[in-house]
Design a protein around this ligand. Structure first.
Ligand code: SF4
Length: 462
């Protein structure tokens, strides 16, 4: 039995969180025990995301803190894993605090690297040299084995988890770092995915979210047939114990959408929720972003979704202040948001990511001030829509899968009441806060909505 302790910290997206859960599982299997305290840990691992500059800056400042800890405890091992490790490689290894640099493709070897580093006290780097090349068969097999042996069973939220459908991305949007840190698109074999979901269902998982950077392009060919996302949804629906199935993130291309929407409409377990980033409402900017659709085509797709799946909740992503975005372009984005009537939107200010086409070829023309102003304006437009959509829930009873205690305990406390409240989500991803026993965490509950805000519904157990 290994007596060493590991502290793992994750900065970033859902893919990163899934990798963290798998790495945690693998290290536990190798005999390490987890600790919540970085100061006491023998090993500190930081799993990173490169999509936004802010996330990388947080990692760098965290490494600064670790450097201080290392001055008093030089024996601790610090590893940076994930996208930032792949992007910065040896530059990161030169950091005084860092002992291990391990890219997303190399995470199956993480326990080995950590053990080696503890024993031999030497720095280790493992990243992919030519990341845009097809991942080697050996690496793909290692990743697949890793995924099938170590389920993401370190669940922060009870009875729900992510399941990877695909790795990498082929879309090459000009602002995006993902294709350069996660490599080209690879769909996992459907049999492996379904096997994994069955195991998770046996452990009590009720909600699975299939993950892919552009998950609607999932495609896997066997000698019998070519499987698409709709096939995966159908097969996952047949698994006993699984009650809800979601998938994120979708790319707004026509490809496969009819089948996917039909599966959503026909399969009761598939949640009526679509996260489908538009990024801009200006055709000029969409072209500069290398997004292969126009604003009109995008809106047609939303109409089609609402036609085939009545009551579907749609969420979007936008980047404001992309190079060359004029006020007219931005107002086209405002207009698209008004027409799309999203449940909610994630809105980001453009920041160039090193190594992307936008960073290399386009000038970051929009000032920080203007980016901030547009961000605030677009958020306000969306907030009004979210508020109107939330109000439609007043007096209705919804089913939620309870996640646990709300981080904002007194949000809806009645007079004099001072206890933490529960938080759950509907199948359409609406956040619901209500009073109830903590034993409901991981269970379904019915809640009558009595009050709303743009992003949260409040209610009472029905
Ligand atoms: S679809 Fe575009 S934005 Fe999304 S991960 Fe792929 S390249 Fe990045």
């Amino acid at each position: 039995m290994n007596s060493k302790t590991v502290h793992i910290k994750s900065f970033g997206c859902q893919m990163t969180k899934l990798d963290t859960a798998l790495v945690t599982s693998a290290l536990k299997e190798a005999g390490f025990s987890l600790t919540g305290s970085e100061k006491e840990a023998d090993v500190v691992l930081i799993n990173t995301c490169s999509v936004r500059r802010h996330a990388e800056q947080r990692v760098l400042s965290h490494l600064g803190n670790l450097k201080h800890i290392k001055q008093s405890r030089p024996e601790i091992v610090v590893g940076v894993i994930g996208c930032m490790a792949q992007r910065l490689g040896s530059e990161l290894l030169e950091h005084d605090a860092v002992d291990i640099v391990c890219g997303p493709t190399q995470i199956p070897q993480i326990a080995e690297f950590v053990t080696q580093s503890l024993q031999e006290k030497k720095k280790t780097i493992a990243i992919t040299e030519k990341i845009r090349r097809q991942t080697s068969k050996k690496q793909t097999l290692a990743l697949e084995k890793f995924e099938s042996v170590f389920d993401a069973d370190d669940r922060q939220i009870p009875n729900q988890t992510f399941v990877r459908a695909m790795r990498g991305c082929n879309n090459l949007c000009t602002y995006c770092i993902v294709p350069y840190v996660r490599g080209p698109e690879i769909s996992r074999p459907p049999a492996a995915i379904i096997e994994q979901i069955k195991r998770l269902a046996d452990k009590g998982v009720k909600l699975i979210t299939l993950l892919g950077q552009a998950v609607n392009s999932y495609k896997y060919t066997t000698c019998e047939k070519t499987y698409c996302l709709a096939d995966l949804l159908q097969m996952a629906s047949e698994i006993e114990g699984i009650e809800w199935i979601r998938f994120v993130t979708s790319y707004p291309a026509e490809k496969f959408y009819s089948e996917i929407l039909k599966a959503m409409a026909d399969l009761p377990k598939v949640c009526n929720y679509l996260h489908i980033p538009a990024q801009s409402g200006s055709d000029k900017i969409l072209k500069a972003m290398n997004r292969n659709y126009t604003a009109d085509k995008y809106l047609e797709l939303l109409d089609k979704a609402r036609d085939i799946v009545p009551g579907i909740a749609i969420a979007g992503d936008f980047i404001v202040g992309f190079p060359g975005e004029t006020e007219k372009d931005f107002q086209q984005t405002v207009s698209l948001v008004q027409k799309a009537r999203y449940k909610n939107c994630f809105i980001f200010k453009y920041s160039p990511r090193p190594g992307t086409t936008a960073e290399e070829k386009l000038q970051d023309t929009v000032s920080t001030e203007v980016k901030k102003k547009r961000n605030i304006e677009l958020l306000a437009v969306q907030e009004k829509i979210s508020d109107e959509l939330s109000k439609e829930f007043l007096g209705k009873t919804v089913v939620v899968l309870v996640e646990g205690l709300s981080k904002k305990p007194h949000l809806n406390a009645k007079n004099g009441e001072n206890r933490p409240q529960l938080v759950g989500r509907t199948a359409t991803d609406c956040i619901v806060v209500f009073n109830g026993p903590t034993s409901l965490a991981g269970q379904f509950a019915k809640v009558k909505i009595t009050k709303t805000s743009p992003l949260t519904l409040f209610g009472e157990l029905a």
